[in-house]
Design a protein around this ligand. Structure first.
Ligand code: SF4
Length: 70
């Protein structure tokens, strides 16, 4: 729960190429918006740092960022 409060995931949807890799790796946190065909972050408290970082690292255009909140 603490991680949810400390971190924020941001996707640059303009760079997202809709490959779906982040959703395959981490469907608990990422999903494809059917209208825009872009990845979005699920609004839930689920958090697995290792899986999320894996999804970030596999993104072919590196458009997912993990931001540390103040
Ligand atoms: S891995 Fe990156 S490019 Fe692929 S759907 Fe996710 S955010 Fe978009």
């Amino acid at each position: 729960m603490e991680a949810v409060l400390r971190y924020q995931i941001v996707i640059d949807v303009y760079r997202c190429n809709s490959c779906g890799s982040c959703v395959e790796i981490c469907p608990e946190k990422f999903y494809m918006n059917e209208n825009t065909d872009k990845a979005e972050v699920a609004d839930n408290d689920w958090w697995d740092q290792a899986l999320i970082e894996q999804a970030i690292s596999i993104c072919p255009v590196q458009c997912i960022e993990l931001i540390v909140k103040d």
